[in-house]
Design a protein around this ligand. Structure first.
Ligand SMILES: [Zn+2]
Length: 264
């Protein structure tokens, strides 16, 4: 496995001293690549956390430009960057924070036609996009590619984070959880409902933690659990998600049945 240089031993000293992580876990992070969908409220806290932690390669996928109304929660961007592309700025932020990693911007909108191409070759996908259609396209591609997915969402005072490996027997994918009704519907974007900035940051940081522990091999496997945060009550709770035996994305076709994948 890839070794750590002297300056990396210094940089990651507070990680390496952790018995659950150590030098082995840190080298695993260095060898890992993560695709992040959305440089929004969730991405803005997840990206610095992953970059600082030394995840070796980040791909940041976002087709938007910085808007004034982003700055309340997307705190990696500055007021003097209005109108500039978020993917490129977020990648610059990550590289400036940790020159030891690589961060590649992809200024494209991810959908079901390009998701497999954009996500292929990564070790984990962290989805912080703001609508069901994108989240389902990400999930279907991650399931098909057999890449673990950390899916995170925040709206108003509510947050949710789940780790999905839907291709495994008995494990749900994100589509098992939400169903097929939202494939072409942006009904849940936070523009309409609002979101507290610190709530989005909490959820993004939690998603980064879920990604880091999965990549480094820390703790129990949480695939199939959904973590729900109520920012009004300041309470987390955990539920177990069942696999949907009729799910068109993760339930494998039986003998003689057509492959029911909808992604190209
Ligand atoms: Zn499924």
């Amino acid at each position: 496995m890839t070794e750590l240089a002297d300056d990396e031993l210094d940089r990651y000293a507070r990680h390496i001293v952790l018995p659950q992580l150590g030098g082995v876990g840190q080298r695993r992070l260095k060898a890992s690549s993560v695709a992040i969908i959305g440089a929004g409220g969730i991405g803005s806290s997840a990206i610095p956390a992953l970059a600082g932690a030394g995840v070796g390669r980040l791909t940041i996928i976002d087709d938007g430009n910085v808007e004034k109304s982003n700055l309340q929660r997307q705190t990696i961007f500055r007021d003097d960057q209005l109108g500039r592309p978020k993917a490129a700025l977020a990648a610059q932020y990550a590289s400036a924070l940790n020159p030891r990693i690589s961060a590649d911007p992809v200024q494209q909108r991810l959908d079901s036609s390009n998701a497999v191409e954009l996500l292929g070759g990564h070790d984990l996908v962290l989805d912080g996009s703001d609508n069901f259609a994108t989240r389902l396209a990400v999930s279907d591609a991650a399931t098909k590619l057999q890449i673990p997915l950390v899916s995170a969402a925040a709206v108003q005072f509510q947050g949710q984070v789940g780790l999905f490996r839907g291709w495994e027997a008995g494990k749900p994918c994100y589509r098992c959880f939400v169903g097929d009704a939202f494939d072409s519907d942006d009904c849940d974007t936070c523009a309409e409902q609002g979101v507290l900035g610190a709530l989005a940051a909490t959820v993004g940081s939690f998603a980064a933690l879920a990604a880091i522990r999965a990549l480094a091999g820390i703790g129990a496997d949480v695939a199939g659990k959904l973590f729900l945060f109520d920012g009004g009550a300041l309470e987390w709770r955990t539920i177990n998600l069942p696999e949907d035996p009729g799910c068109k994305a993760c339930n494998p076709p039986r003998d003689g049945e057509e492959d029911r994948f909808t992604v190209e």
